[in-house]
Structure formats: C-alpha cells, structure tokens
Design a protein around this ligand. Structure first.
Ligand code: ZN
Length: 459
C-alpha cells in the first residue's frame, strides 16, 4: 500500500526543537510566577503571543485563581553544616508552592516535610502543594536514608501572595473563523518530556503554520495545567462555538510509540484524522478512548463543554518510570522523535485543511471527462490510478461524503484524493459544499494551488 504520510523524521528540525527544550529547561516554572513569564518571553522571540494576566482570587468556573508563587533560593544544611539539598542544583528540590521558611529542625521534625520516591531511590520526585499551604523539600530516597540524627538548618526564600496567573495565546487566523485549538502546558519545573516537549513542538508548529496558507484558524494555548484550561474556558465560554478541533500535546519527545486519546465524543473529525495519520505514519501507536484522567482534555471534554479535543502523547502520563521525576530530563529527549511528533501534527493539519465535501455537478451518469479539458491539462493520458481516484471522488462527492471518507472508502491516500478533487474542481466538475471551502477554493483557482497543498509545500 502506498503510504500517505510516512514520517521522515527530519533530524535538523528535531535538533532545533531539542535546542529550544535545552534553552527552557533551566527556568523554574510553576502554576504562576516569573518562571512562566520568562518561558513565555523566550517563546515570544519565535512566535507572536498575546499574554494574559488573571488576578489571584478571580473566580473561574468552580475554582479560584491561586496566589502567585515565586522562589529565589532554598536549602537544607546538615548537622555538620554541609549542604544536603540545594535549590540551585535543581528546582525540583523545593516542594512547588512552598511557603517561606527559615529555622532549625530535628531530623524527625524535618522528615514530615521531606518527599521522596522509594520506587526510584536515585531520582528527585516532582511534588507540589498548590492548594494547601505547606513547605517542603524533595530529594532522592537514598539520600534520605543516609541522613543522620541532629539539627538541620532549613531556608526557603519564596513568596506566595496576591499576584496573577499568566497564560498566552498564539492566534494564527485563516480564511475561516473555524478554529483548531492546540494546548500545551508551561508550569513544570526541570522536566522535559512533561511539559517542554509539547511546548517546543507547538512553538515550531505555530511558527511553520504562520508561513502557510490556511483555510482554518489556529489558536495555541500556553497555559498552566488544569487551572490554566479552567481559567481559559471560563474567560472564553462565549467563543467555544468556533472550536472545531483540538489537541492537547504532552510528553511527545521520548522514544515511546504514539498514544492518541480520543475526545469524549469519540467520533469527531479530529478523532478520525488522528487515527488515519497514525495508521499511515508507520510508527507504533495506539488509540485509546477518552477517560476523565490525564491532562487538560479533561477540562475541554467536561460534560458542560464536551469539545472535540483529543490528546497526543508518546509515553502517556504516568506510563514511563521517569514521569514526574528529575530523570525526565534532556537524556530522555530524542530529536528524531520530536521531529516525528511535529510532522504527525502537520499531517493531521494537512487533512483538516483539505477535508471538505464537494458536489459532483454532473451526478447523472459519469461526466465525459474529455469535454472538460482534463486530458489536455495532464498531457493527454491520465495514469489509471489517478483516473480511478477521480471516479471515486466524482461518485462520492454527493454532499454527504468528505474527502477523508473517500480516501478511507477507496483505500487511496488522502493526498491523492485531494489532488484529484483539485483537478476536478479546476475543470468545473465539482463545487464545494461549504462556505469556508469556497473561500479556500478561490485561492485554488486563482493561484492554482489548494490551501492544503500550499501548507505542505511551505512546511
Ligand atoms: Zn505533569
């Protein structure tokens, strides 16, 4: 079978995405605070962002925007004055959202504020206490076991006070106001697969999409996990009609095969498109049904919104041992896999852009193609394969079947179906059904290139 979208895993682009992860990795991020702002300002050097600040205390759906947290330093010194834990060595060492503390504690008192992962005794776990004021440190379990009795000096130089929650949108308008929502998280400190792989791939995706012709509009959300999507949904409830497709991108830079988690609706266009491009990609993958556990798809797919938003990962959350530990680091990131993740998203977008419905203007009997001038256009003889594809497109362009329907039904790669439709349209044998498709097709007949083809070419 001819493969439609084998992923080429462009190493050069993979290296560029990797370099962005390297740049963002040292910044200490959290749900709120200057680390998020610093991260967004680095991204803004590459793509245009609208940055929003939502004050602490703002009610958002059933939640409240939390206080803003910033941290400058933190350490534990042992009974011999030695530095046991140092925030400057890893931002994971301090419990996320720790309140400031300065004091001396006996080991048994201190232990109530120490967090480890006994299953992975050499790694620092990622722990936080966003909604319960507390302070603490995270460290390798092996190190905890070696701590001797005595008095420990503890210092956390942080602030937890009224401020704001920061998030950003990158909006890339197309011919239609129908939108594709791409959501990534910007709140995790010192980890790569979760969240920076998604952030970096989305940044490159936006940068490349901005250079292409587009039928659809794209809105990239760079938001903190859970409270970010709840805040965004709360502030954009009146605009959700325009969200026609969505993807949460997370954990997409490791060596694992792809996992696509369907939207709650389960049979939407994005679900079908992702299933299709994964099948064609020659990468190992699985498609799983929606479950109310995971990332921000839980919020977009909560029953009151029920948006067509799925989630793409490689090793899914909690399904790789390094998840939420210091071992989710640069060593886990594979440039070729980052590139393939980007390319898979671009393949899906190519289909979303080009998947429209047409009407055959001569539905009674087959049209006489010779009269239309198509043969002259292609130099006299149409390869049998292309001719067969045109007959598929003509027969099923009944206003009911989309080009993806025809690709699946005929077993013909989508791109060939799209090209056949373009040719038939140029020769007045098809008309588009939808208003936005007509907009896109104007570009075709004038510039002799369809928006979907232009996108691939310019990517
Ligand atoms: Zn996470």
């Amino acid at each position: 079978m001819t493969n439609n979208f084998p992923l080429s895993t462009n190493v050069e682009i993979g290296e560029q995405i990797y370099d962005l992860i390297v740049e963002l990795y040292p910044i200490c991020r959290s749900l709120t605070g200057d680390g998020v702002r610093e991260t967004l300002s680095r991204i803004e050097e590459r793509i245009p962002l609208d940055i929003y600040e939502v004050p602490s205390g703002t009610p958002v759906l059933d939640w409240t925007v939390p206080k803003e947290w910033n941290i400058r330093d933190g350490y534990i010194r042992g009974p011999r004055e030695d530095l046991i834990v140092d925030f400057r060595r890893s931002s994971l060492h301090v419990l996320g959202y720790s309140i400031p503390i300065e004091g001396r504690f006996q080991l048994n008192e201190l232990k109530e504020h120490l967090f480890t992962d006994p299953e992975h005794p050499d790694w620092i776990p990622f722990r936080y206490s966003y909604y319960d004021e507390n302070w603490g440190f995270c460290l390798p379990h092996r190190q905890l076991e070696q701590l001797e009795d005595g008095e420990y000096e503890v210092m956390i130089d942080s602030t937890l006070e009224d401020g704001s929650l920061t998030y950003a949108e990158c909006y890339i308008p197309g011919a239609s106001t129908d939108e594709v929502l791409i959501c990534v998280h910007i709140d995790h400190p010192a980890m790569c697969n979760d969240n920076l792989s998604g952030v970096a791939v989305a940044t490159f995706l936006a940068e490349r999409l901005a250079r292409a012709e587009r039928r659809l509009s794209y809105r990239f959300l760079f938001i903190p996990t859970t409270i970010g999507s709840i805040t965004w949904l709360s502030r954009n409830e009146q605009n959700l009609e325009r969200v026609k497709h969505g993807l949460v991108l997370v954990c997409i830079g490791d060596a694992g095969g792809f996992t696509y988690k369907q939207s709650r609706l389960g049979n939407t266009e994005i679900d079908r498109v992702m299933n299709y491009v994964l099948q064609q990609s020659q990468e190992t993958h699985k498609v799983v049904e929606f479950s109310p556990f995971g990332f921000d798809e839980r919020q977009f797919c909560s029953p009151g919104f029920n948006l067509p938003v799925g989630s793409l990962s490689r090793s899914a959350n909690g399904k790789y041992p390094q998840y939420h530990t210091s071992a989710d680091n640069l060593e886990l990131m594979i440039p070729e896999k980052l590139a393939a993740s980007l390319e898979l998203c671009e393949s899906a977008i190519e289909i979303l852009e080009g998947n429209v419905k047409y009407l055959n203007v001569n539905p009674k009997g087959e049209p006489q193609l010779g009269k239309s001038g198509i043969y002259r256009k292609v130099g006299g003889a149409i390869p049998e394969r292309s001719l067969v594809t045109m007959f598929w497109v003509l027969n099923y362009s009944d206003g009911e079947h989309s080009l993806l329907d025809i690709a699946e039904q005929s077993g013909t790669p989508f791109r060939e179906v799209r090209q056949a439709a373009d040719l038939l349209f140029e020769h007045d044998l098809l008309v588009p059904c939808e208003a936005d498709a007509i907009d896109a097709s104007k570009a075709t007949s004038n510039g002799n290139r369809h928006s979907s083809i232009a996108i691939k070419a310019s990517l």
